[in-house]
Design a protein around this ligand. Sequence first.
Ligand code: NAD
Length: 499
Amino acid sequence: MNQYSLSEWQQKAAALKLEGRAWIGGAYSDAENNATLTSINPANNNKLIDIADCSEADVERAVGFARAALDSGDWSQLAPAKRRKVLERLADLVAEHAEELALLECIDMGKPIADALAFDIPETEHCLRFYAGAIETHTDEVLPTESHVLATVTREPVGVVAAVVPWNFPLMICCWKLAPALATGNSVIIKPAEQSSLSAIRLAGLAAQAGIPAGVFQVLPGQGQVTGQALGLHTDVDCLTFTGSTQTGKRFMAYSAESNLKRVWLECGGKSPQIIFSNCQQLERAAAAAAAAIFINQGEVCIAASRLYVEDDIYEQFLQLLLKEAKQYQPGDPLDPQSRAGAMVDQLQFDRVVSGVNEAIAAGARKLTDAPLIVNQSQGWYLNPTVLECDSNNNPLMREELFGPVLGVCRFSGEDQVIALANDSVYGLGAGIWTDNLGQAHRVSHQLHAGMVWVNSYADGAITVPFGGRKQSGFGRDKSIHALDKYTDLKSTWIDLSH
Ligand code: NAD
């Protein structure tokens, strides 16, 4: 890991050559009528660059290229071993450009450079490598039937896949969709979030360098309600894979119903609970994990454990430990390698969190952290880590996703009560349990309505393990070998052997 100082990172950021155009049909391209959106650095509110604001006409053009590429077979019919080589080359290029890509994430969405370098970019590279390798292990089937018949089940690419992605881990989540979809031979169109399009745009250039044919991978920056909606409604898009808010996820179900019944995969919001039982012997470790679980990436994390339930007997003791840990996440310049938290992605998200906190306090929540929520004397959108004590799940803070560095804490008494509290949510993404009782760990984990449960840790992850939720957190899974199924169709072929 490099050891640059803040001023060295600032110089590197200033020297970046930014690209804001779409990538359509194998070339950078302006949007129709040269329409643009402004990309802002949330750390100082300065303009970075204009990015293409793609219209329905641009979507039409890109879908045409994607379909033509698919039909040509240049990628969709390429031998898996050859596809593997190209994806591995792309992973190599991501590694070679790690510093540049990390800087793009940092200046575009406000995350700390240290996190982008240590997490976002290596995870992106690993994801590409994993699916490159996985494609040669994804086998077809011959199934038992009557003896005069041979029945095979082969996997085929779904076709044109559109991926609409959020701004919180821009490149990594883009590749959670892109890598398995490309590995299985599809043509993929990425619609990055308005707030953080630069890394996906850059990746397109690297993908071409790696040898991905024109039309197989395209990037259309633009507004959700225009570009995203046009992809969702397009009758020649076969699959729409989405990560973002539950509200937008519901729109994609409707778009599919109103158009061609394209398959839709949703990874949506969360309000994940974390439970600290009084028999937990490692309270310091649990407090450090509870703080990291909500304050990393400014709380802009779908699996953020934003609801904390602490058992009566240890409540006061645990809160003291937690408040000490929270102080470590005071935000700083995202380019400062010492910063453990950066700036909120934009004013809209900043305002949303501030009004959510005001609403929680008006409903009776008590603020436990000393520092004011808003960091003053700054041009950027900075918020301090904030802990609020709530009496029950009735407080809106315990129900609504804020997507910011704000933790709601509530005390509980006994296993049954906390299981009911934890499951009392429209979401079901992640959940954490801290206990030294093995039976309790299994019992509670089994009863929690969540796609992922962590016991005596929080947010561990590996590309080999599925990621996703239940209820209004969505369905389908990113990561792991299972994600390949999302981007393939099964074909059953019957061959009569009797003649
Ligand atoms: P968002 O739903 O506002 O936007 C996500 C994407 O959808 C963006 O590209 C946006 O342009 C597009 N979009 C917005 N409105 C649209 C519309 N009407 N039609 C078509 N496309 C539209 O979400 P966000 O604010 O970017 O991201 C934050 C949300 O994402 C949070 O709810 C968070 O929990 C969720 N998230 C979930 C996961 C997961 O894996 N479950 C991971 C990261 C983020």
